[in-house]
Write a protein that binds this ligand. Sequence first.
Ligand code: SAM
Ligand code: SF4
Length: 451
Amino acid sequence: MKKVHIKSYGCQMNVYDGQRMADVLGQEGYVETATPEDADLILLNTCHIRERAAHKVYTELGKLRDLKRERKAQGQETTLVVAGCVAQAEGAEIQRRQPAVDLVVGPQTYHRLPALLAQAKAARVVDTELPPEDKFDHLPAPKPAAILARGVTAFVTVQEGCDKFCAFCVVPYTRGAEFSRPVAQILAETERLAAAGVQDVTLLGQNVNAYHGEGTDGRSWSLGRLMRRIAEIPGIARIRYTTSHPRDMDEELIGAHRELPQLMPFLHLPVQAGSDRILEAMNRKHTADAYRRLIDKIRAARPDIALSSDFIVGFPGESDADFEETLRLIGDVRFASAYSFKYSPRPGTPAAELTQQVPAQVMDERLQRLQALVEAHRQDFNRAMVGRRVEVLLERAGRHPGQLAGKTPYMQAVQIESTAQRIGDRVMVEIERAGSNSLFGRALERPELAA
Ligand code: SAM
Ligand code: SF4
């Protein structure tokens, strides 16, 4: 039996792509292995968003070249594939820097993997084409057993690419223009997931709330409308979506937060910075106050919503005063969680040409202050759950024997001690304690669940 090891870096869309590539290779007789040492095919599904992410790929490829040599000495062949956004951005340069790579394949041609692998047997191959055909029409559907093995939660990519062109970001170049999958295709995929036991779906897109796919009536549907239809699929108890742009939070989407019980009260809405001067230089197309007003509107629709965001510190030209504005925005919104990054200049983006780069030490200090503030809010949010009863979807075994782990509707990790419950159960849990990364609670008896 042939074995494939897939390692995905970066965002959830890469996790989804990794699964779809595993489905394609499954048809070719490959089974997945968690270790590269026993793999006939090693596939790195890469991320180009920050310099460090791209750099990691070459370090990893150096190790894999050595592994390939060792396996060869033992009479075993290894095919080395680089997929994802570094593949798209750097193409043949990857094989120039690391000749052990057999195949470089961009995100839009994964459906061609079998043919490309056959070609790569004879000579090294690069395919970073943006093909006219829709890869989703050609990717095989996973078997129910494969879906179940991945758990009761699943990702479904509904949108790819981005037309926003934030000045710091490579996504519009690596993933191309915005594209929305047709509603019928998304429904068929989600129905298959639900039939296999998936209860929680996260709809993915680089700019997911710009979704405008062809509906079942031939018209363009918004994300809010799509989610209303997905909520009708039997078995789908929880819906989430990520990542969104503030400019694309339309009335229908905010209304869905008010009206759809399946739409979870959690929203990741990147703002990046709190200074209007910097937001403008970033080409974000919104001000800090517009973001605040938007949050007020979303909270009016769904008062208990947990908010999350992305921040960049040290964008070129960011002054101390600009950074204080970011802290002020964080203080006003009080996010339940957030990701934060030091600005990383990316080749080909307009911001990489800016001269007023912020010194590394200043960036470090700003990042630390920002993260300390976000962390304090996160802990407050988690501590406020103690004593409350929340529904938890049990997703996997916990850290210790007898423990099960799951998520609250607000995306918090929860551990419970239980022998009566199983993975896939949605149980009412009384939260007893908030740890630094997880909540701990007690599952209530079934009658209380019904109450
Ligand atoms: N589409 C999303 C959005 O609008 O924010 C997410 C795109 S990106 C995959 C995720 C995050 O990476 C961004 O929100 C941003 O905070 C961060 N990021 C993107 N480019 C960056 C760069 N050049 N340096 C540092 N962080 C960056
Ligand atoms: Fe990048 Fe997001 Fe801006 Fe698009 S909206 S350019 S993906 S940061």
